[in-house]
Design a protein around this ligand. Sequence first.
Ligand code: GLN
Length: 493
Amino acid sequence: MTDIIDLDLGSARDGLAKKAFSALELARTHVQAMEDARSLNAIIIETPDRALADAKAADQRRAKGESLGAMDGIPIAIKDVFCTKGVVSRACSKILDGFSPTYESTVTANLWQAGAVMLGKTNMDEFAMGSSNETSALGPVASPWRRRGDNRPLVPGGSSGGSAAAVAAGVGLGATGSDTGGSIRQPAAFCGLVGVKPTYGRCSRWGMIAFASSLDQAGSFGRTVRDAAIMLRAMAGYDPKDSTSVDRPVPDYEAALTGNVKGLRVGIPKEYRVGGMPAAIEDLWQRGIGWFKDMGATIVDISLPHTKYALPTYYVIAPAEASSNLGRYDGVRFGLRVSGDNVLDMYEKTRATGFGAEVKRRIMIGTYVLSAGYYDAYYLKAQKVRALIARDFTAAFEQVDVVLTPTTPSAAFAHGEIAGDPVAMYLNDVFAVPASLAGLPGVNVPAGLSPEGLPLGLQLLGRTFDESGLLNAAFALERAANFTARAAPWWRQ
Ligand code: GLN
């Protein structure tokens, strides 16, 4: 039998059902893997006792023949952006030091309801602002992957870098992420995983620490499309506590994975061919197109003319919303307080000490674009462009069923390589951000290796609320690409 640590989520679930091993054995194996992988800094709070207790409860439910959830006995890791009751939740910001929520986010509550087992909280960019996990107040994450013949630590991507690194290192069978402008899809691409961001409104944002509320959306990481689909279904659903969550039934995404894409119309947007993109990424995109053709899909050239405005538009809207959302951290209600001579001094000292440089940059940009003199020129303008970007997709989806693009314009980079250049960092999200602005679902499928031996991914985008169709296309692509590479486990001493 395969070692249980090598099983993916779907196979572990089937193994539990067949009683090939117990949930407790599975949890113990993952707790050990978590301890062995500490040098990655992917998990910043470990909850091993909770994991073992959850697993024992899962075994008891099974032994008694009680009804079981879709994730019963499955160990997973939770991004620190989700509030977890009684477990410190701080979005990897110093300003939330010691904040232990008295409530559970809806997404994590749904996962526990489905029987999932909690291993711990994962590292992330501070308040999910970043593409490399280097803005975390808890230090950077080392990707399990390394360039061939080069031991320099690489970034796992961001902002859900800890979640991606954990799953890629075999710590947890899945992990939650949040994606505001690529934070699930980009780290999934860098770490050779499947990462899915559903339609805006599919998952509740209640109890998820806010970055940019009109863009933030929870999603899942898995080693396979099936894994990501099983987990997403358990997370999703209408929630009366979030007025932007949508009251539509959540289909069985796993059941939709037939792999049949005959007659599927796959759109190739010409605007995603950007200058300076490495040949390996262009080649991979062409291979992806070839695979879909071979599977009987129809390739359609499409145009999304406002694509070039997406990144600047995102970097007006996201900071604007962040500056407003982060106004609540004043040293009174949550986490850190640095005392001062008077209340104003206390606010200022708390915020100056508590927020990192990238967060401060976003707050300043955000307050600037929302200021009386510039609101029309920047914020209102950006909202109008956002509508045009969404309209491009609406028109495209009259001609096609899914859109295929590269996920990122490069493979993973080394720690410190571009951290000093915010614009270079922002450019990493050039292919991810348009779908976020349009609220569309998107998924990364690992599809090949760069010349240095690092994972590269292809992105599929789907129609609003058509996660089933999107994931089925991803399933077909996954089978065609047959990406089997795993990071060599250098972190296990
Ligand atoms: N990297 C992007 C940013 O820094 C997206 C982050 C995210 O999706 N949370 O804003």
